[in-house]
Design a protein around this ligand. Structure first.
Ligand SMILES: NC(=O)c1ccc[n+]([C@@H]2O[C@H](COP(=O)([O-])OP(=O)(O)OC[C@H]3O[C@@H](n4cnc5c(N)ncnc54)[C@H](OP(=O)(O)O)[C@@H]3O)[C@@H](O)[C@H]2O)c1
Length: 360
């Protein structure tokens, strides 16, 4: 049986993976506005949350061919959808769709699948860092400068922060080179290369390259000729250990399934809760606008804020008409309102004087 989503403009918002780490944050926010349908493989794990939010919870295992059907007003994909089942069902049913889970190659595939299907409802591919919050802030900074030539993103990952099991796949791609645009030219870069020290919030953090979707979309949407994202960890020792592992070639020779457990031990050790921080510098000519986004409720909360902004966007509730076809978060006509929206969600924006990155 195939999956079937039908559009019901008064129906619930479907959150696939809706009681996971990010999903539960999003569901808690979204329940204030819409009825909800949450899905996962083991719905009993979501029963307490569903009770609290007066939501329905059902089983939809994306790895099990058993089909799923529901009538919904929109769908957010908050768990990896390796076979595009959620996307295809949304496209077939004309249901507004938001995704926050895809690494760059998967986002490119989703854009292709969606474009070929001639979507009748918006398809928002919001998998840039923090569910597209980085894309939104880049758009706001570019709007303030009247355009953008460069966008540089520096992430400080708090090792005390929570992260769900489904998120490790995104990080576990450090053995694969990826394409970036620099000074208008495309080139392949190696993850964890090209280190810098960047002041993120109040802290100088050592950061290195990582593949994230905004490096693919920002050149296409904002017209930047350089887009760079780097990541570092709240513990210098962890950053150094990862860089050392990269120097030994572990992420290359250990790419196969045999080494999955070893790689993931290095990449996945979630804590009880921390602060999400990410700095964005947007440059136009000789002017740079820079902010650190800081969320004291952690990365899953900040990602859910990005997903919530996405829901508002696809439902035409952010003060602009719903978009048509495939869009990315930074294509918002309401870029100037982004800081106010984030602050209303408890996110702190700290302005920096300008360019401070140093080679490390
Ligand atoms: N764009 C970004 O910046 C960003 C940031 C954070 C996270 N993310 C992405 O968000 C996703 C969720 O992360 P998370 O930390 O919330 O993970 P998580 O805590 O493991 O949550 C995953 C949820 O999906 C369900 N699930 C797992 N496998 C499933 C399957 N095969 N079919 C259907 N449901 C399944 C789980 O419930 P059951 O176990 O009961 O199935 C759970 O509710 C990940 O893909 C992650 O990469 C993106």
């Amino acid at each position: 049986m195939s999956d079937r989503l039908r559009l019901d403009e008064t129906g619930p918002v479907l959150v696939v993976g809706g009681y996971g780490t990010v999903g539960a944050e999003l569901s808690t926010m979204a329940a204030q506005r819409w009825p909800l349908l949450l899905t996962g493989r083991s719905p009993e794990r979501g029963a307490t949350l569903a009770d609290r939010l007066r939501a329905e919870v059902r089983r939809w295992d994306l790895a099990d061919p058993t089909g799923f059907s529901a009538s919904v007003r929109a769908v957010v994909s908050a768990v990896n959808d390796p076979d595009d089942r959620v996307l295809r069902a949304a496209l077939a049913g004309g249901v507004p769709y938001v995704d926050i889970t895809r690494w760059t190659a998967r986002l490119q595939r989703a854009a292709t699948v969606a474009t070929l299907a001639h979507p009748s409802a918006p398809v928002l591919l919001s998998s840039g860092w923090m569910g597209g919050v980085v894309n939104l802030v880049a758009a706001a900074l570019a709007a303030a400068l009247g355009g953008a030539d460069q966008a540089e993103v520096a992430i400080r990952w708090d090792l005390a922060d929570q992260a769900g099991a489904d998120s490790v796949e995104f990080m576990d791609r450090l053995g694969l080179d990826y394409e970036v645009v620099e000074n208008g030219r495309r080139r392949l870069v190696m993850p964890l290369s090209d280190t810098r020290r960047v002041r993120i919030g109040d802290t100088l953090t050592r950061v290195a390259r990582i593949d994230t979707p905004e490096q693919f979309t920002l050149p296409l949407t904002l017209g930047v000729t350089t887009a760079t994202t780097r990541i570092g960890f709240s513990s210098t020792a962890t950053t150094s250990a990862l860089l050392a592992a990269k120097r030994t070639g572990l992420f290359r020779w250990g790419r196969g399934d045999r080494f999955t457990a070893l790689r993931r031990t290095l990449l996945y050790s979630p804590g009880d809760g921390g602060t999400a921080q990410v700095r964005i510098d947007v440059t136009r000519g000789d002017q740079t606008a820079a902010v650190t986004i800081s969320d004291p409720h952690g990365q899953s909360h900040l990602t859910a804020v990005g997903a919530l902004a996405g829901l508002h966007r696809v439902l035409g509730l952010d003060g602009a008409p719903a978009p048509q076809g495939v869009v990315f978060p930074e294509m918002t006509p309401r870029a100037a309102q982004v800081p106010e929206f984030l602050q209303s969600m408890g996110v702190v924006l700290l302005r920096h004087p300008g360019h401070e990155a140093r080679a490390a």
